[in-house]
Design a protein around this ligand. Sequence first.
Ligand code: FA5
Length: 324
Amino acid sequence: MLIPKDLTKKASVRLKQVKTESDFFKIRSEFLGKKSVIQKSFQALRKLPQSEKIKTAKKLNLIQSDLSLIFNNFANELRSTVNFQPIDISLPAFQEYGSAHPISKTIDKILAYFEHLNYQTFFGNEIETDWYNFGALNFPDDHPARQMHDTFYIDSKSKKGYLLRTHTSNTQIHSMLDQSAPIYMLSAGRVYRCDSDTTHLPMFTQIEGLAVDKDISFVDLKGIIIDFLQYFFDRKMDVRFRPSYFPFTEPSAEVDIKFGTSGWLEVLGCGMVHPNVLSTCQINPKLYSGFAFGLGVERLAMLYYGVKDIREFYASNLDFLNQV
Ligand code: FA5
C-alpha cells in the first residue's frame, strides 16, 4: 500500500488560501474528513497482511496527527486575529425561541375586543385602485385632502391606475359593495404614505372599523371608542374628540389621548359615514346610517409600551424588542 506523500505540505499550501471561516472548515474536511486521503488509507489497512498492517498504521497515525496539529495551530492563529469561533457541535442547542412582534400583539389585542362584539374581520388589498382608495370615498379628483395621502402610484403616468393604499378605508367600500346592511366589519393591514419622523412612519398599520345599520348615531361611535380605549389600556384614559375633516365622514373627528403631563397623541380618525359614500355603495342613506373609524396601531403601541420614537418598532433592534 502506498503511504500518502506530502499531505502536510499540501495542507499548508491550501491553508494559505483561507479567507473565511467556511474556507477553513472546507479544507480541514478535505484533509481530515471521512472522504480524505488519510481516512481512505486507514480503510485500506484491512487488506494488508498483519505484519505490514502495524507498521503502516503507525506511519498513517503520524501523518494524521501532523495534519491535526497544522489545522489546530491555524485555527488558534485565526481566532486571535479575527472574530473566528469554530463551531462546537457538542454544545447543547440554543433554547431561545422567537416571540410575537409588539405590533402583532397589539393587532391581536384590538381584534379580540371587536370580535367579541361580533364584528367580522377581513383583510383588504394593499395594492388598490384610485377609485377604492379615493374616488368612492368622496375625494374629488383634485381635492386637496389627497395631498396628505401622497403614496406610490404603480402606473406613474396615470393617477387613475393602481397605488399603494394610504389608509384602510378602502375596505369600507369593498365590504359595503360585497354585502348588504347591516354590516359590522373590522379590517387590519399595512398602509403607505410619504411620512417619517418620531410619530410618523412611511409604512404603518391601521385597523378600520365600520358599522352600518338602522339608527346608528355619533353616540354609538363615541361610546364604543371610549370603551375600547379603556379596555386597551386597562384604565380610564383622558380622551379628546377633536373636530376634523374627512371627505368620507360627516361629521368627522380625530381622537387624541393624553400622555405625560401636557401632551396629546392622535390615535385615530372617525366619523359618521357620508351619505354620498353609502349611495355609491348602493345603501340607502335614508334607511341606514353608519360610523367608521381608522386606528393607528403603532400610535396605540407607542402609548401602551411608552415608546418615544415610533420608528423603533421597525429598526429590528433586539435590545428594544426584548424590552417591550
Ligand atoms: C385616516 O387615515 C382615515 N382613513 C381614518 C378614518 C377612518 C376616518 C374612517 C374616518 C372614518 P388619518 O390620516 O388621520 O385618517 O390616520 C388615522 C390614524 O393613523 C391617525 O390618527 C394616526 O394614529 C395614524 N397615522 C396617520 N399617519 C401615520 C403615520 N405616518 N405613521 C404612523 N401612524 C399614522
